[in-house]
Write a protein that binds this ligand. Structure first.
Ligand code: AMP
Length: 424
């Protein structure tokens, strides 16, 4: 017996329609914001993620699915979407597009070698948006409003936008030095990873899951005290735009985000929706002005976010799922009827109706069960008598009305009655 690998799940037909509704809603919201889809490969050169995401992050140092291909190249299944989008932006010279601001979204599987637990998988899905080409705080806010609009459209409850500023290079340098000074006396008390972080990127210590209760965490120097004049201005514009739009937010000094490429605005959307559990992060993102240069492109500042789609699905309103049923289910009785049913079903499908039929010569009762299971609008019964008279018996499952319809009139009958209104 084969089993799906640990941390992966099958999306079965019973839930795939919920996925499709979510995907459809995402596409609709993105179209309102003029954000277009980009599809990048599922695997990339390992070096891209080390470069873009940063090798001091947990994602890169511990969680990547990395392997050598047959030519000995190091390949990694993407653990996140931004690095691939930045690579594609550079490789395809999207920066030379007359529209300076490229607004892109992606949806698809991501892979992280994590301990599977509730809401955490090794193959999971993210929807993300990247807006690349402008430094403007207005774009940060456009990204955040898109994220909020989506969450609201999905009916996810008790959501709060948490924001922080990580400043620019100058601010980060000052903050870095202050952090090193702060943690120096207790470096031996911190975990093994934090010792490496102390050398490479001390801000990562603030994100440590092991040392999060260490007394020096709370008293650590706050980024907001080290922001340069420009960084302060950027952040205060973001805050006042959010105020103008009456979007509720909290400034959260400890929000540093798990990936290395962020600067200026970072944000997370946190929900207390009971279906997710208190304080669950549904998604987050931030600004990454240096990332495109880091992967070999020109200076092209960007901002983006990613949502975990599994979490969106858990918390989204059940009513969003579209009721999708078949238009017609055909119920032939006997060989001749079956052959005629094949003709009819082909004609129906060619005319844009969804239709299915019984191939097993089952009883009427069993076939009517299939009508129910498939939520078919019309049940079409074809017995020997109908075949001889060149008619079908159509039962509308909405109005419960039953009619005998000539073969050549099937299409017009269905067209006239598909709205489910009362029969005259
Ligand atoms: P990140 O790229 O780490 O900022 O993650 C963005 C979002 O993706 C998170 O808030 C989660 O909703 C989701 N996510 C990250 N890792 C996983 C995982 N292993 N399984 C399921 N969802 C995840």
């Amino acid at each position: 017996m084969y089993k799906a690998p640990r941390g992966t799940v099958d999306i079965l037909p019973t839930t795939s329609s919920k996925w499709q509704s979510l995907e459809q809603l995402i596409r609709t919201v993105c179209s309102y914001y003029n954000v277009q889809e980009i599809r990048t490969p599922i695997f990339e050169h390992t070096e891209l993620f080390c470069r873009a995401v940063g090798d001091t992050t947990d994602v890169v140092s511990k969680e990547m699915y990395t392997f050598q291909d047959k030519k000995g190249r190091s390949i990694t299944l993407r653990p996140e979407g931004t690095a691939g989008v930045a690579r594609s932006y550079v490789e395809n010279k999207l920066y030379s597009n007359p529209e300076t601001l490229q607004k892109l979204y992606y949806m698809g599987p991501m892979f992280r070698y994590e301990r599977p637990q509730n809401g955490r998988q090794r193959q999971f899905h993210q929807f993300g948006v990247e807006m690349i080409g402008l430094e403007s705080p207005y774009v940060d806010v456009e990204c955040m409003t898109l994220a909020i609009t989506l969450v609201e459209a999905l009916g996810i409850q008790n959501v709060k936008l948490h924001i922080n500023s990580l400043g620019d290079d100058a601010s980060r340098e000052l903050h870095r030095n202050a952090l090193m000074k702060h943690f120096e006396p207790c470096i031996d008390e911190l975990c093994h990873d934090c010792k490496t972080r102390y050398q490479k990127n001390p801000m990562r210590i603030l994100d440590c899951k092991v040392d999060k209760n260490h007394p020096l965490m709370d008293s650590a120097p706050k980024m907001r005290d080290y922001l340069s004049k420009e960084a302060k201005e950027h952040f205060s514009t973001v805050c006042s735009l959010l105020d103008d739009l009456e979007i509720d937010y909290v400034i959260d000094d400890n929000l540093v985000r798990g990936l290395d490429y962020y600067c200026h605005t970072v944000f997370e959307i946190i929900s207390d929706d009971p279906r997710l559990g208190t304080g669950s992060t549904v998604g987050g993102g931030g600004r990454y002005n240096g990332l495109v240069e880091e992967v070999g492109g020109p200076y092209a500042p960007g901002v983006g976010f990613a949502f975990g789609m599994e979490r969106l699905l858990i918390a989204m309103d059940a009513s969003i799922e579209e009721e999708s049923g078949l238009d017609v289910y055909l119920m032939p009785l006997g060989k001749e009827a079956k052959d005629l049913a094949v003709q009819i079903i082909t004609m129906l499908r060619a005319n844009g109706y969804s239709a299915d039929m019984d191939y097993q010569d089952r009883s009427m009762k069993a076939m009517f069960k299939s009508v129910d299971r498939n939520k078919a609008h019309f049940a079409m019964i074809l017995g020997q008598e109908e075949v001889e008279n060149e008619v079908v018996n159509i039962k509308c499952t909405v109005s419960k009305h039953q009619s005998v319809v000539k073969l050549e009139d099937i299409l017009s009958y269905i067209e006239d009655h598909e709205s489910g209104e009362e029969h005259e």
